[in-house]
Design a protein around this ligand. Structure first.
Ligand SMILES: [Zn+2]
Ligand SMILES: [Zn+2]
Length: 463
């Protein structure tokens, strides 16, 4: 018997320490009259120009959001969407590269200040010495099987492209600090881990920070997202006549059933940060034949990377134990898709986002107010463990309109959806431009990233 993991308690302790530190920081910022990255509501000097640019783009962003909504495409098949984004970017004079990071439907466009280094994104990330930092704005555009844009990724795309175009104009004016803004079109989020493929394909090399937005029923500067691993367990037994010679069989479906029950009992001992779901994909064809094969598909999730790893080991034990009880073999195939980590919200950048949204008449709540239990998974988790990043949520409908529903798909083509895309375009552009303008903002974001544990590559951690 192994000792119960302390991962959850360790995490909770760190969280409390971090909250105390942030409370102290806020008190200090108030004393100093609003420090860098703080909650002051005074707009950045570029705000009026960026907000006006986002407003001017409203018609094109609406058309893009509605076009994508009318042509929903599932993971890795977003050809119409990628072409629509590229067309809009080219219409504004940008060069667009497709097939980025090895994904045919991924794309990239780059804007840089006149002194902002080379047009190639490579090396170890810029800073003031080599032409300024490189900030990525991410745009998702995949849809859900049978639900179209029930997760509102058409709004993410419109917001991301709008943010890039608005930020690029500001760079062209020559009024910002040196650096680059990169738009990355990131396919295959739903049920997959497109961004991890792009990370492994080099698309995030040289990026210093990454920002994106997701539509929701609330305005949140930070939200909890659980990491996720996928696995398939295939039980193999011996088939036999279920009536005349059952004693000659070894029942694979029994093992799948025992494992499923085992998961149910295991949940009782899981920390509240964790989730475990399974379905029985196959389990025999007719009752008179003892099934010689049964398959379980399993999702393992957690808010905490270490707890995700711990839970994976417990799941292995349940599956191996079930196989042993039924006297069958089992094959465990982990990470059929690359795993995703929980999202690590960068508090410094999240506060800056919240400041932009106040100027759009929105109150983006800080983390911890909406319960962490309302958490799904996103491949942005892996990006957020690579560089400082934010994944704020923007309200496009009532708070009981849940993601992945037909009702949410309606919100994603409503006026509220388009309004959110414009508000988010302005907000993301501002946060990105501020990182070029204020070296101390990026420095504070990097310090927060390091304080939260620094870089964590999912392939090394869970591989
Ligand atoms: Zn989704
Ligand atoms: Zn989504």
């Amino acid at each position: 018997m192994d000792t119960p993991s302390t991962a959850y308690l360790d995490h909770t302790r760190k969280l409390l320490d971090a909250r105390a530190a942030r409370a102290r920081e806020r008190a200090g910022a108030a004393d100093a009259g609003g420090a860098s990255g703080g909650g002051s509501e005074a707009p950045s000097p570029s705000w009026q120009r960026i907000a006006a640019d986002a407003e001017e783009l409203r018609g094109e962003l609406r058309d893009l959001a509605l076009d994508l909504h009318d042509h929903p495409e599932e993971a890795f098949e977003e050809h119409h969407a990628a072409a629509a984004l590229a067309q809009l970017l080219r219409a504004h004079g940008h060069r667009v590269e497709t097939g980025v990071g090895g994904l045919p439907t991924a794309l990239r466009a780059v804007a840089q200040t006149p002194g902002g280094g080379t047009s190639e994104i490579e090396g170890d990330g810029g800073d003031a010495r080599d032409g300024g930092p490189t900030v990525a704005i991410l745009a998702e555009y995949d849809a859900l099987p049978g639900l179209g844009h029930g997760c509102g990724h058409n709004i993410i795309a419109a917001a991301g492209v709008g943010a890039f175009l608005a930020a690029a104009r500001e760079l062209e004016r020559g009024v910002t600090g040196p650096g680059r803004i990169v738009l990355l079109g990131t396919p295959a989020e739903e049920g997959h881990t497109g961004k991890e493929h792009m990370i492994r394909g080099g698309a995030f090399d040289g990026i210093d920070a990454a920002v994106m937005v997701h539509p929701f029923g609330y305005d949140l500067a930070e939200h909890a997202w659980v990491g996720r691993r996928t696995m398939t367990a295939t039980f193999r037994g011996i088939s036999a006549h279920a009536s005349s010679q059952p004693f000659m069989g070894r029942n694979a479906l029994d093992a799948a059933t025992l494992a499923y029950q085992g998961f149910g009992l295991l949940r009782q001992q899981m920390p509240p940060s964790d989730r475990l779901h399974a379905v029985i994909d196959s389990g025999g064809r007719r009752p008179s034949v003892i099934p010689d094969e049964a398959r379980l598909s399993v999702y393992v999730r957690s808010l905490i990377p270490a707890a995700l790893r711990d839970l994976s080991a417990r799941v292995d034990d349940v599956l191996l134990g079930a196989a042993r009880m039924a006297g069958v073999d089992v094959e465990l195939d982990w990470d059929i898709h690359p795993p995703s980590l929980p999202v690590r919200n960068n508090h410094v950048l999240a506060r800056r986002w919240a400041r932009t949204q106040v100027l759009r008449g929105r109150t983006a709540l800080p983390g911890g107010i909406l319960p962490d239990s309302l958490a799904a998974s996103t491949d942005f988790g892996n990006v957020s463990h690579l560089v400082p990043g934010i994944h704020p949520m923007i309200k496009i409908g009532p708070d009981d309109a849940a993601l992945h529903t037909a009702r949410f798909a309606e919100c994603a083509r409503s006026k509220a959806g388009v309004d959110a895309a414009v508000d988010a375009a302005a907000g993301l552009a501002q946060v990105a431009v501020d990182m070029l303008d204020e070296p101390e903002l990026l420095a504070a974001a990097r310090a927060a990233f390091e304080a939260a544990g620094g870089r964590l590559a999912v392939a090394d951690y869970l591989g």
